[in-house]
Ligand binder design. Structure first.
Ligand SMILES: C/C=C/C(=O)SCCNC(=O)CCNC(=O)[C@H](O)C(C)(C)COP(=O)(O)OP(=O)(O)OC[C@H]1O[C@@H](n2cnc3c(N)ncnc32)[C@H](O)[C@@H]1OP(=O)(O)O
Ligand SMILES: NC(=O)C1=CN([C@@H]2O[C@H](COP(=O)(O)OP(=O)(O)OC[C@H]3O[C@@H](n4cnc5c(N)ncnc54)[C@H](OP(=O)(O)O)[C@@H]3O)[C@@H](O)[C@H]2O)C=CC1
Length: 447
């Protein structure tokens, strides 16, 4: 089966599961990769000067062997996540180390240890084949994939699969990711594609929506409740645009931090009222590289009190890291929670611990989501309670530019990538449901 045949089968309304199952698979496919022999290419450069357009390649690669419990998926669309930015600038470390380590686990996982890394941790597409032991999914199923890959051989992960010692992020710590025409996933990564969305809209929320759900809503994260004041950094960015929607849909009060009037306007359009433009208000939490300025934490806290009628923050949704963490700990109310999933501006955090212990605050580390959490987050998308925040869509050929935009914070919400889909707007099955939510679905488009 050539890629053209696969696409024709996906686009034909008459195709049934057997049509997909009966066709031979292609021997190779086009994929976005980084190369092992280029991991030193940015040595000596500042982080911001490392250019993903130089390290990201579009290659023809062989189709991997399909193992037990796995599925090969024809990818119609994917999206750029910040983890692909990290991979492409080889920070904080090269992802080839992850592939080597995974390769040492078993005969089957050796497949992942290659001189190239097919990256990407989101997809929307169609199942082509399932491996032995897969009963829940069939060729022809329209799916999205979440990015939690687990082995679950140890008891450790059986209360919460994120705690499995062999927990990995697909397309970051494993090979054969979603920025490609075909992807290899474990079948327990699959979820139904929301039927009112196009391929590229359906591919946009996955990773960030699931992460924000666990970090903010789930009992494994902050366990947000009605009325909570939630401080959301980067509220119109990838994670933040979903955190803001969860806060609003859950009856909480988001205090959105952004860096431009345009981004403030997006938050307002989502329904947020309390918005801080960190750029316009000029917060400078660090006096120099090693010294923070508690006066600036206080000025920031005062501004929050103005916006909340004198209240402090119940939950901080943290991910910028070093630059903001001291302020985040300070502005949290007594007994409140700082929940963090990242450190974009630096992972060595500094904060005044007196404000943490004396005021009985808690810091919660959160990472992606287990299958159940990802499923619940996807269910909210399917029901039209939470919406994709897709702004711009690129072709597979232009993935380097897409990653550059995200690296340089030039984007809004999520940036999509078309893989097999020849154009935007395809794949919508429930037009009536779509019509009901069309303004919300398009809120971030082309801004
Ligand atoms: C869904 C999307 C998510 C995102 O976007 S997240 C953002 C992108 N992700 C990242 O930036 C994360 C990248 N990952 C990392 O930076 C690294 O991945 C970690 C720092 C998390 C871990 O580093 P590592 O080198 O993989 O592991 P170690 O634990 O530092 O080193 C392993 C060695 O250290 C030993 N060790 C571990 N814990 C202990 C202990 N408690 N006491 C003594 N030794 C310990 C081990 O055994 C092993 O040893 P031996 O090398 O000899 O095999
Ligand atoms: N552990 C996990 O499971 C996950 C971790 N991540 C990590 O989270 C981070 C954010 O991801 P994502 O939301 O997709 O990225 P985006 O770039 O889409 O959004 C992040 C937003 O944070 C704001 N921001 C960036 N730097 C700073 C800073 N120094 N101070 C204050 N605000 C800042 C920006 O908004 P503005 O300029 O408007 O303020 C930006 O839009 C990345 O490091 C990513 O790797 C992401 C998903 C899952």
């Amino acid at each position: 089966m050539t890629m053209k045949d696969i696409l024709a089968a996906i686009q034909s309304p008459d195709s049934v599961s057997e049509d997909f199952a009966a066709q031979p698979l292609p021997e190779s496919y086009r994929a976005i990769t980084v190369h092992k022999d280029e991991t030193e290419m940015f040595a000596g450069l500042e982080t911001r000067d490392k250019d993903p357009r130089k390290s990201i390649h579009l290659d023809e690669v062989p189709l991997p062997e399909l193992g037990p419990g796995e599925a090969l998926v024809a990818v119609m669309a994917s999206s750029v996540n910040y983890n692909s930015v990290w991979t492409s600038i080889f920070e904080p470390l090269s992802t080839f180390g992850f592939l080597e380590r995974y390769g040492r686990l078993s005969e089957l996982t050796k497949r992942h240890d290659l001189p190239y890394h097919v990256i990407g941790s989101d997809l929307a597409g169609v199942v082509l084949r399932t491996g032995p032991g897969v009963n829940a999914w069939r060729p022809g199923d329209e799916v999205v994939a979440h990015c939690l890959s687990v082995e679950l051989e140890s008891s450790d992960g059986h209360n919460d699969t994120m705690l499995d010692p062999e927990q990995r992020i697909w397309g970051f710590e494993t090979n054969f990711g979603g920025l490609a025409e075909v992807a290899l996933v474990k079948s327990n990564q699959l979820m139904p594609k929301p039927d009112h969305l196009s391929w590229e809209e359906a591919a946009a929320p996955g990773l960030v929506n699931s992460t924000a759900y666990r970090q903010l809503v789930s009992r494994n994260g902050a366990g947000m409740k009605q009325g909570d004041n939630v401080l959301i950094w980067g509220a119109s960015g990838g994670l933040g645009s979903y955190a803001t929607q969860f806060a609003l849909a859950g009856g909480a009060n988001p205090i959105c931090v952004v860096s431009s009037p345009q981004k403030a306007e997006i938050c307002r359009a989502m329904g947020a009222e309390a918005i801080i433009d960190r750029n316009a208000e000029g917060y400078k939490f660090w006096k120099d590289e090693n010294t923070q300025d508690p006066k600036e934490w206080k000025r920031f806290g005062k501004r929050i009190r103005e916006l909340t009628g004198g209240e402090d923050i119940d939950i901080v949704f943290e991910h910028p890291g070093r630059e903001t963490f001291g302020a985040s700990v300070f502005v949290t109310r007594k007994g409140g929670t700082i929940t963090t999933c990242a450190s974009t501006s630096g992972y060595m955090h500094e904060y005044d611990n007196r404000y943490l212990w004396m005021s009985l605050k808690r810091i919660i580390g959160s990472h992606f989501a287990n299958y159940r959490e990802a499923w619940e987050a996807n269910r909210l998308i399917s029901k039209g309670k939470i919406h994709p925040t897709l702004s711009k869509v690129y072709s597979l050929e232009d993935t380097g530019q897409a990653a550059y935009d995200v690296h340089r914070n030039l984007h809004q919400g999520k940036v999509g990538v078309l893989a097999l889909a020849p154009e935007e707007g395809l794949g919508v099955r429930d037009h009536e449901k779509r019509a009901k939510h069309i303004d919300a679905i398009n809120r971030f488009r082309n801004i």
